[in-house]
Design a protein around this ligand. Sequence first.
Ligand code: GLN
Ligand code: ZN
Length: 633
Amino acid sequence: MFLAFCNIYFSPMQLGVDTVPVFVGPVSYLLLSKPAKGVEKSFSLLSLLDKILPIYKEVVAELKAAGASSIQFDEPTLVMDLDSHQLQAFTKAYSELEASCSGLNVIVETYFADVPSEAFKTLTSLKGVTGFGFDLVRGTKTLDLIKGGFPTGKYLFAGVVDGRNIWANDLAASLSVLQELESIVGKDKLVVSTSCSLLHTAVDRINEPKLDQEIKSWLAFAAQKVVEVNALAKALAGHKEEAFFSENAAAQASRKSSPRVTNEAVQKAASALKGSDHRRATDVSARLDAQQKKLKLPVLPTTTIGSFPQTMDLRRVRREFKAKKISEEDYVKAIKEEINKVVKLQEELDIDVLVHGEPERNDMVEYFGEQLSGFAFTANGWVQSYGSRCVKPPIIYGDVSRPKPMTVFWSTMAQSMTARPMKGMLTGPVTILNWSFVRNDQPRFETCYQIALAIKDEVEDLEKAGITVIQIDEAALREGLPLRKSEHAFYLDWAVHSFRIVNCGVQDTTQIHTHMCYSNFNDIIHSIIDMDADVITIENSRSDEKLLSVFREGVKYGAGIGPGVYDIHSPRIPSTEEIADRINKMLAVLETNILWVNPDCGLKTRKYTEVKPALKNMVAAAKLLRTELASAK
Ligand code: GLN
Ligand code: ZN
């Protein structure tokens, strides 16, 4: 049996450690690539296979010369919806690599879902491949596929330990799955593994001295997962470490029965939501009319997405308050001053619907998680988000409820500083769910409904406190979309339902906004409409206005919409003409009375020297077009 592998790859050969070099396999490499700008739409990236295979051969030869005995190709695209032409590319690629790989153990690894049955046939018939890896955590049908037939003499890498979450494995359950698999593939052909690379989980539980002991006993970060894999492999080989297994069983039992996990009232309320619809009684155009009577906004109203620049001073104030180095009174005073500054700036800029700037928030999910029950926080549980950016996702371990209002204090304070409408600012349930480590003992939608009920209470408390415009950010709704099309409808159904649960209880005159980052929405536009927000602000400027094409193609959209007029990811200051030009393009496809003018996203990563002139030009562009529209009448 191989030593359990976990895709941790140091410079192994030089250290004398026999590890497995891991590569993105040639077909996934091409299928996941994007053609350069200007390349014909009809161009097939797979046509480049013949060009890249010689490079793969070269690399394999070099690794062989360096002493590698095994090599792993990750082909995660095998879990997606592939057509026969795409599947044939796998057959071709691995046949061509066969000769170069001879003498090596070649593993093809898949993850994040089960492999559809056609792809499973293609995969398990690949030439020259000696082992196949599967995600047995997210791949719920994998076990049945393997039971249906697995090639004799080949290795099965069984991903039973979850690489994407932070929960301790149920070792007894995994061991029995492994034993079943062993009876199919044979004694020396089963390799215990994690379900995917450990890039997606936190590094080591040892770095969490402050975490509650009971909750900690339920967790396994990357370092603990390696130990679990090893213990399972040993147990399978007849060397079960009884003490380790019984400690694990005790932790599993304590998690199941802990009163901290279960809140019966919440469970009941959330399960009552299933199967029913939640929707505001009045349709969106009548609501917009009622809101306009109250808000009296000009055409092309201007707003921003929520955050203003997070200065060093602000970060210091929050840090010192957390560390109890400054009093609550001093903290409130400092944040209040900041809000006041942001409000005055927006008034000077003549923005129509204001924000308080989110100075009290470190992160849009953490801020709410910290105030909700059922969440725990790590001190060092960092995972990569993208590039060099890392996040520290909260852990949802129990039923979620809201002990008390979370944003009413700051929002009402901000509203009291201005006569203009001040947006209440919340993070939506789907985004909180998708950006947290989620419990694995109930379906995701159930947890999402619980969060929705908590945020719903906050929305209604804001309304009661006199806030008439409330933004509920769903930045991460799109990225939670499952990999396979057949699963999209189910996800979108409960995700959109969760959002409507949050917004359905307010009066017609309360205006609900939502905001989404990223622009690739054309395929889910009907679900976005079905969220039934009054206004949506959405990223647009980085995508060559791809978003607008959906309206050009005739999708009917009656709610307010603010496709971002400039890119906040860049320090560049857009000119008035450039922004006016963008708005004009939007006016060509959208009704004048539903269009809003706003940046692409929050301003927290920008400097005031960038934000001030950019917003000044944005407002000037809106005013310019208002004048043009008025004189065209
Ligand atoms: N309201 C948040 C902000 O302005 C939204 C951030 C986001 O969409 N990622 O920062
Ligand atoms: Zn955004």
